[in-house]
Design a protein around this ligand. Structure first.
Ligand SMILES: Nc1nc2c([nH]c(=O)n2[C@H]2C[C@H](O)[C@@H](COP(=O)(O)OP(=O)(O)OP(=O)(O)O)O2)c(=O)[nH]1
Length: 136
């Protein structure tokens, strides 16, 4: 426990005009496969979190996001077996391009009060009430 590795991951709740939130299903073969998550990923060395998010949103779902359209909402802090995850959650309501699964993952637009119907990683569960407060 004393030497647990801290992993920084940035994630984003994209919100559409109907106040639905985008989630993506983690592919088979990855850790936490089959669970629904917010798009995002790990920082590369020397990368700023906002740059990570812009890069990941382009790679994973093919959209272009301007940094000014990313707003911090809350964060997740969760101990997994082999690392501790610290995950800022941004929200974004404006982007360019059409949302499309670039990596074969399933995508879903979900109302905040329906997020509990999708199995999410344990780190994400405490984020749901923040999205409900913001959007319902
Ligand atoms: N993008 C994202 N990752 C999340 C969420 N919740 C959560 O626990 N995670 C975890 C899953 C992974 O351990 C890590 C994100 O890693 P990643 O998606 O960039 O990389 P990966 O799966 O290829 O890496 P790995 O876990 O297989 O080592 O954060 C979430 O809502 N969004």
């Amino acid at each position: 426990m004393a030497n647990i590795k801290l992993t920084l991951v940035v994630a984003c709740a994209l919100i559409d005009a109907d106040k639905r939130v985008l989630i993506a299903q983690r592919p088979q073969g990855k850790s936490l496969a089959g669970l629904w998550e917010f798009p995002g990923g790990k920082l590369e060395p020397g990368e700023r979190p906002e740059a990570t998010l812009i890069r990941e949103l382009h790679e994973e779902i093919g959209i272009v996001v301007n940094e000014a359209c990313l707003a911090p909402l809350t964060f997740a802090s969760h101990t997994y077996d082999d690392f501790h995850l610290l995950m800022p959650l941004y929200i974004c309501r404006r982007w360019e391009g059409e949302v499309a699964a670039r990596e074969g993952q399933k995508l879903a637009w979900v109302r905040a009060n329906k997020l509990r119907d999708y199995k999410m990683p344990p780190a994400d569960i405490p984020l749901i009430p923040h999205l409900i407060d913001l959007l319902m």
